[in-house]
Design a protein around this ligand. Structure first.
Ligand SMILES: *[C@@H]1O[C@H](CO)[C@@H](O)[C@H](O)[C@H]1NC(C)=O
Ligand SMILES: *[C@@H]1O[C@H](CO)[C@@H](O)[C@H](O)[C@H]1NC(C)=O
Ligand SMILES: *[C@@H]1O[C@H](CO)[C@@H](O)[C@H](O)[C@H]1NC(C)=O
Ligand SMILES: *[C@@H]1O[C@H](CO)[C@@H](O)[C@H](O)[C@H]1NC(C)=O
Ligand SMILES: *[C@@H]1O[C@H](CO)[C@@H](O)[C@H](O)[C@H]1NC(C)=O
Length: 577
């Protein structure tokens, strides 16, 4: 199954046939754009702030491109996901193995043949595929890459110690190939930065450390009603955090964190498995945070870290992780990811394909949790002083569970939670509202809340987040030093992830399947078993119309904190059948 792409003898005859089809193709490739098509015409190709141009890459240098081959039966995949995630369906929890997913979605013979002979025709031989056969990752020289993708021009960019190879100009592809490919990875898309920050300084004044409560595992476990007995014990349970930064989590930081803050509950003090290469930089706040907190709520559960800052300069680390999931038959049941990009900067074709990848994970019983972002509703400057909110992806994907952020009403006490003003939330401009949330979201829109003007958001889009947890004032140990005031939805996401893992644990002990894609079931609960967050608003555009405000929390679901934060024993009871 997992063999490298072999262009063996058996395929020779096939290739000869397709070569005949393709010869006229190559002949006209040089005749101009009439015969070519942009797969990602709407992809933002501008260079993000902070990256310095370091010249064009030599034509003999190597790049690695990722070809996303057109999949089959995507509609069927979507229907299957709906069934296995719908507690009222007879197929609830009847998950597929990776092999079954592969036999459902693998590209057609024709797609394989056309793409292979195209690559071969350009002398590209070093390709690797994944178990689902829908990605092909190939090494080639820049010269070959630029010929395969007319319009592309590979340049090098630097930011601090990091170096990347990308094309600032859009690529095209021959139109006969365009029906066989969704997009080509490794050409555009700089890695976005979304990281936890320490709010140790506010208004230029250092905050008093000793004074506030500060979020620690004890505080979280007490707020979300976890007792000392609520730890994992199922043999095959596992959870993961995925990170794509040039930084790493340090095992000694985790051990110290647990010795400082891990009293009172059974936990593990080391990660079970690191997949990928840890970055060359220092231990980072973000990397430490994710691991330390998923292992505090999801205590005594085997934890993996997927880490990939980009092995090759032309890699897209996030895409690389998606490929890994399609190439490993056994992966953890819960993944938490703090990563996001402006939805409007990404090609729709790319996002739709990433959604297919989320569906592939969902039908396997894997839960994908994404941080909702740290800019509230966000703000996009349109023409003539007109602004609109700015949704972020994958937070806006209908096929993931998106986690927002809260803070304690009184930062000095273990009180109820209110909105953390940074909590990302809003409505997608690309993905229609999925069935599981239509009545809920429409009820929010119709209630008598003061909503922002509808020119700022799209009432027909997928609305997020789905739920929330504390995202303010965390203690994190990084480079052996305990750091206070760490904040962001990248804190709340692993906390929720660990709690879902505990529920998976109890389900596995009862012989039940895991939760998988949670949203259809979560929305059916109608807020039961969650602490509703009803106070506070998050950030929006700083303009006269909305004056820095996005949406506001309200009773029941809202686009700031979703359904609210977990009350573990109640949520367990509600999800244990
Ligand atoms: C997928 O896994 C197989 C081995 O199991 C490996 O040979 C192949 O290179 C992997 N694919 C990619 C894209 O890394
Ligand atoms: C959970 O916590 C809330 C608030 O901290 C409390 O009111 C409730 O009684 C606790 N127990 C259960 C089982 O919900
Ligand atoms: C911790 O997990 C292991 C299995 O990984 C289990 O055998 C053990 O009983 C668990 N500890 C507690 C206190 O539940
Ligand atoms: C755990 O997984 C292994 C390998 O997949 C399997 O052989 C074993 O039976 C599983 N154990 C339990 C308790 O499910
Ligand atoms: C609003 O969202 C829908 C998808 O739900 C999309 O088709 C439409 O183009 C969006 N409108 C705008 C103005 O972005």
């Amino acid at each position: 199954m997992h063999t490298d792409y072999a262009f063996g003898l058996t395929q020779q005859s096939v290739i000869l046939v397709t070569m005949r089809i393709l010869i006229p193709v190559f002949a006209v490739l040089f005749c101009g754009p009439v015969w070519s098509k942009h797969l990602e015409a709407d992809q933002d190709t501008s260079v993000p702030e902070g990256w310095i141009h370091a010249g064009r890459v030599a034509s003999s240098d190597q790049v690695e491109l990722t070809f996303a081959l057109k999949q089959q039966n995507v509609d069927q995949l979507r229907r299957l996901l709906e069934q296995v995630s719908d507690p009222d369906s007879l197929n609830y929890g009847k998950f597929l193995s990776l092999e079954e997913v592969a036999s459902l979605v693998h590209p057609s013979e024709l797609t394989h043949k056309v793409v292979q002979s195209w690559l071969r025709g350009h002398g590209v031989r070093e390709c690797r595929t994944v178990a689902t056969q829908d990605f092909l990752q190939c090494d080639m020289t820049v010269q070959v890459a630029e010929t395969l993708l007319p319009g592309s021009e590979f340049h090098r960019y630097m930011k601090g110690q990091r170096s990347l190879v990308r094309s600032p100009t859009p690529y095209s592809i021959h139109k006969d190939l365009s029906q066989h490919l969704d997009f080509v990875g490794g050409v555009h898309r700089f890695p976005p930065e979304m990281q936890a920050v320490s709010r140790a300084w506010t208004n230029g004044k250092q905050r008093e450390v000793g004074f506030h409560l500060g979020v620690t595992p004890t505080v979280l476990r007490s707020r979300y009603n976890l007792t000392a007995a609520d730890v994992g014990s199922a043999e095959n349970n596992s959870q993961a955090v995925a990170q794509f930064l040039e930084q790493f989590y340090h095992p000694a930081d985790l051990a110290e964190f647990m010795s400082l803050f891990g009293g009172g509950f059974k936990h593990m003090s080391s990660v079970a498995r690191v997949v990928g290469t840890q970055g060359g930089g220092k231990a980072g706040l973000e990397a430490s945070l994710d691991v330390e907190y998923i292992m505090s709520t999801g205590a005594n559960i085997s934890t993996w870290v997927f880490t990939n800052p980009g092995r090759h300069e032309s890699q897209e680390p996030f895409l690389q992780w998606m490929l890994l999931l399609s190439n490993m038959s056994e992966v953890p049941w819960v993944h938490t990811i703090s990563y996001g990009d402006d939805e409007d900067s990404l090609a729709v074709a790319y996002m739709e394909r990433i959604n297919n990848e989320f569906m592939k994970a969902g039908v396997r019983g894997i839960s994908m949790l994404f941080a909702s972002g740290d800019s509230g509703a966000g703000c996009r400057h349109l023409t003539k002083g007109n602004n609109a909110f700015r949704p972020s992806f994958p937070a806006s994907s209908p096929y993931v569970t998106t986690v927002g952020g809260t803070s304690f009403k009184n930062p000095f006490k273990l009180t109820y939670e209110v909105t953390d003003y940074i909590s990302g939330g809003g409505f997608s401009n690309v993905f229609p509202m999925p069935d599981y949330q239509v009545s809920t979201v429409n009820a929010y829109l119709k209630a008598m809340h003061a909503l922002p003007p509808t020119t700022y958001f799209n009432t027909s889009g997928r609305a997020y987040p789905d739920m929330a947890a504390l995202s303010d004032n965390y203690w994190v140990v990084t480079n052996r030093v305990p750091i206070p005031w760490v904040s962001g939805t990248s804190a709340s996401t692993p906390v929720v992830g660990g709690i879902l893992s505990l529920i998976n644990d109890q389900r596995l002990l009862k012989g039940l399947p895991t939760l998988g894609f949670l949203n259809p079931r979560l929305y059916r609960l109608q807020g039961q078993a969650l602490f509703d967050v009803t106070e506070g608003c998050h950030l929006g555009c700083l303009d006269e119309q909305v004056e820095g405000k996005g949406f506001c929390a309200a009773p029941s679901w809202d686009p700031v904190t979703g359904w609210g934060t977990p009350n573990y024993p109640a949520l367990l009871a509600a999800l244990l059948d």
